[in-house]
Design a protein around this ligand. Structure first.
Ligand SMILES: *Cc1c(COP(=O)(O)O)cnc(C)c1O
Length: 448
């Protein structure tokens, strides 16, 4: 995925105390209703700052390397650079994006499991040395093209060995590790540690217990080969809730104390992606078409609301070939909020929501209950910050949604108090007076 290099110009609205995210969305819904009703994102950068303090409160001993592929929009990368996270990059483009922000190569790791030779060479040229590797084939490419490589041996976890939940079947088995270590010795490649990744779809924190004890085994095995390992990478898969982070910490911290104690000189790092960005972005989409169908078209899921009642099919101006791309691989059933005001006792109808492509894969919500909507109404999807930002696809006339960044003055002051600054971001701030609060009763969102 390409970063937004060409639209590196962005602005961040600083919100006065009387103004909140809802007001900002209302304002842009109003503006977009006048100008063609394109979908748009609102990104609250304050949320990213909060995620970082939460991380430091709960798992301070683990250094985060933000996974750039989740969201490489300029303001996100800039704020994370200002916060001092490291960066986990999957490609040359991502490495270049992060380096443009002045991040030093020691704070960048190269995590693609399948590396193109030219990109390994690029990493070597710019001094990005730490990279993950899970096989002899990868090791050979690294040996030939990156003399200073420091390799993290990527081991598989139960979560991804033949698991149906995960589509990331990378990582070598414990059995095969000895072979890979042998090859590394022969090829004179430096192995500095172990990495594993447990996807957020895995709800069993026990998987961490096995992964950590496997990692310890590999550390011991590596010692036999004369490698001194000093880094453990526990991957990503953090959803962003404080609860999940605490739960994982509860499982791993006693094990880290035993296997990788402080003072052992082993640095613990992680690759959080969604954790930082998911909740920070909200997507507003517009309904462009509508069909009424017989309710019995919907066989599963929602209870029948009554036999004679119609059901509705709505088409929105963004779908899986745009901002909802992650829907193709993940089974998240997020129900949007209806932007227009409706009465509490308004009847609800079985509804399904689709992207604009008329493709059968382009279903966003299979089944939910909504009041009757009209063409021109807006729907608001929360938690859209991860894996949503793509270059327009040729599939249809998909327009890349505009992104509006904001931050509350309070969050901004908190950042200042914590001593976090970014000159580039400073230049991009503009002040949003509290008078943008608009009434939603203007009827602007409905097209007859
Ligand atoms: C995508 C990815 C991550 C980030 O995953 P999250 O679940 O968003 O934290 C981390 N590591 C690797 C190798 C990835 O591909």
């Amino acid at each position: 995925m390409k970063g937004f290099i060409d639209d590196a110009n962005y602005f961040i609205g600083l919100l006065d105390e009387g103004t909140n995210l809802g007001n900002v969305i209302d304002n842009y819904v109003y503006e977009h209703s006048l100008t063609g009703k394109n979908a748009f994102f609102v990104g609250d950068l304050g949320k990213i700052v909060k995620k970082h303090s939460q991380w430091q409160n709960v798992v301070a001993q683990i250094k985060p390397f933000y996974t750039v592929k989740c969201n490489s929009t300029p303001a996100v990368l800039e704020i994370l650079a200002a916060l001092g996270t490291g960066f986990a990059c999957s490609s040359k483009t991502e490495m270049a994006l992060v380096q443009e922000l002045g991040v030093s190569p020691e704070n960048i790791i190269y995590i693609s499991p399948c590396k193109q030779v030219s990109q390994i060479k690029y990493a070597a040229k710019v001094g990005v040395n730490i990279m993950t590797c899970d096989s002899e084939v990868e090791l050979k490419k690294i040996a030939r093209n990156h003399p200073n490589a420091k390799v993290l041996l990527h081991i598989a976890t139960e979560d991804n060995i033949g698991g149906e939940e995960s589509n990331m079947k990378f990582g070598t088995t414990l059995k095969n590790c000895r072979h890979v270590l042998e090859c590394a010795k022969e090829l004179d490649v430096q192995i500095i540690g172990v990495k594993f990744h447990i996807s957020s779809a895995c709800k069993e924190s026990q998987v961490y217990v096995h992964a950590l004890s496997d990692a310890r085994c590999v550390f011991d095995m590596a010692r036999e080969f004369g490698f001194t390992m000093n880094m453990l990478d526990i991957g990503g898969g953090f959803t962003g809730t404080e609860f999940q982070l605490e739960e994982v910490n509860h499982v791993i911290s006693p094990l880290l104390d035993v296997y990788f104690p402080e003072g052992s000189g082993i640095k613990i790092i992680s690759e959080p992606g969604s954790y930082y960005v998911s909740s920070a972005f909200t997507l507003a989409v517009n309904i462009i078409a509508k069909k009424v169908v017989k309710n019995d078209k919907f066989s599963s899921g929602v209870e029948k609301t009554g036999s004679d009642e119609p059901a509705f099919v709505y088409y929105m101006n963004d779908g899986v070939y745009g901002s909802f791309a992650s829907k193709l691989s993940e089974d998240l059933n997020t129900i949007p909020e209806v932007h227009k005001k409706y009465k509490e006792d308004e009847p609800l109808f079985t509804s399904s929501l689709w992207g604009p492509s008329c493709d059968e894969l382009d279903q966003i919500v299979e089944n939910c209950l909504l009041p009757e909507l009209n063409v021109g109404d807006w729907l608001i999807f929360d938690n859209m910050g991860a894996d949503s930002f793509h270059e327009p696809s040729a599939f249809n006339d998909f327009q890349k949604p505009a992104i509006y960044y904001m931050m509350s003055l309070n969050d901004w002051y908190e950042m200042q108090d914590a001593g976090i600054t970014s000159d580039t971001m400073m230049k991009n701030f503009f002040f949003v007076p509290s008078c943008i609060q608009l009434s939603q009763e203007d009827g602007f969102s409905t097209e007859a």
